[in-house]
Design a protein. Structure first.
Lengths: 113, 113
C-alpha cells in the first residue's frame, strides 16, 4: 500500500537554526510531491510542490525541498527558522496516474524565540 | 477567492445518530476532496469529485458514509448510524485540476458522545 513517512514527529529549534524535515514515500512510479503547513488555528496551506524538472523546488517563506528519486525522499529545508514558522508540517504524495493524495502523519515544529 | 467553506465547524452528536456536513469549494474549482483527520495523523483521503461525478472512494469509506455533489458546486458528506470511531476532523479541499494545489477548508470536527 502507498505510504508516506515523516520520521520527525516533533522538532524544537531556536530561532535562526537550520531546519530539515524528512519525508519518504513508498510508491515506485511517477509521483507528485507536496509539503503543506498548518499554522495554529488555521487551515492547511501549500508550501511547495514538485511535479517534474529541477528536483530542488523553492516555496513560500524561504522553504525549499529536494526530490531524491533514488531515495524516495522529499525533504523540506529552511536555512534559518523564525518563531512564526511554528506549525504542523505535512508531506503529501499523489501518484501521477491517480487522484488519491497520501499524507504523512505530520511534524510539529516549535521555534523558540 | 473566498476560500473553501465548511459547515458546521463543530458537530456533537450521540452514537447512532446521522450527521451531514457541507463543503462549499472555491467557485471555479472542478475538483473536490473529502479527508478525515484524527489526532496525531495526517489527513486520510476519503473520496473525490470531478464536477458532480464521484470518481474515487477510499476503502475507508464504509457503507455508512455517503457523499454527494449534486450540481458540481457544494458537496455534502453524510455519516449514518455514527460510531465512536467516527470522531475526527473532516476536511474538504478543492482544486482547479489535478496539477493545481488543493485549497483546504477549516474542517468540521465531529464528536460522538
Amino acid at each position: 500500500a502507498q505510504s508516506v513517512s515523516q520520521h520527525n514527529h516533533h522538532v524544537i529549534l531556536s530561532e535562526a537554526a537550520s531546519l530539515e524535515l524528512g519525508c519518504n514515500y513508498s510508491y515506485g512510479g511517477t509521483v507528485n510531491l507536496f509539503w503543506y503547513v498548518q499554522y495554529p488555528g488555521q487551515h492547511l496551506q501549500l508550501l511547495l510542490k514538485y511535479f517534474s524538472g529541477d528536483p530542488l523546488v523553492k516555496g513560500i517563506k524561504g522553504f525549499e525541498a529536494e526530490f531524491i528519486k533514488s531515495k524516495f525522499s522529499f525533504n523540506l529545508r529552511k536555512p534559518s527558522v523564525q518563531w512564526s514558522d511554528t506549525a504542523e508540517y505535512f508531506c503529501a504524495v499523489n501518484k501521477n496516474t491517480g487522484n488519491q493524495f497520501y499524507f504523512g502523519t505530520g511534524t510539529s515544529l516549535t521555534v523558540i524565540p | 477567492d473566498t476560500g473553501v467553506s465548511q459547515n458546521p465547524r463543530h458537530k456533537i452528536t450521540k452514537r447512532g445518530q446521522n450527521v451531514t456536513f457541507r463543503c462549499d469549494p472555491i467557485s471555479e474549482h472542478n475538483r473536490l476532496y473529502w479527508y478525515r483527520q484524527t489526532l496525531g495523523q495526517g489527513p486520510e483521503f476519503l473520496t473525490y469529485f470531478q464536477n458532480e461525478a464521484q470518481l474515487e472512494k477510499s476503502r475507508l469509506l464504509s457503507d455508512r458514509f455517503s457523499a454527494e455533489r449534486p450540481k458540481g458546486s457544494f458537496s455534502t458528506l453524510e455519516i449514518q448510524r455514527t460510531e465512536q470511531g467516527d470522531s475526527a476532523m473532516y476536511l474538504c479541499a478543492s482544486s482547479f485540476d489535478s496539477l493545481q494545489p488543493q485549497h483546504f477548508g477549516d474542517g468540521t470536527r465531529l464528536s460522538i458522545l
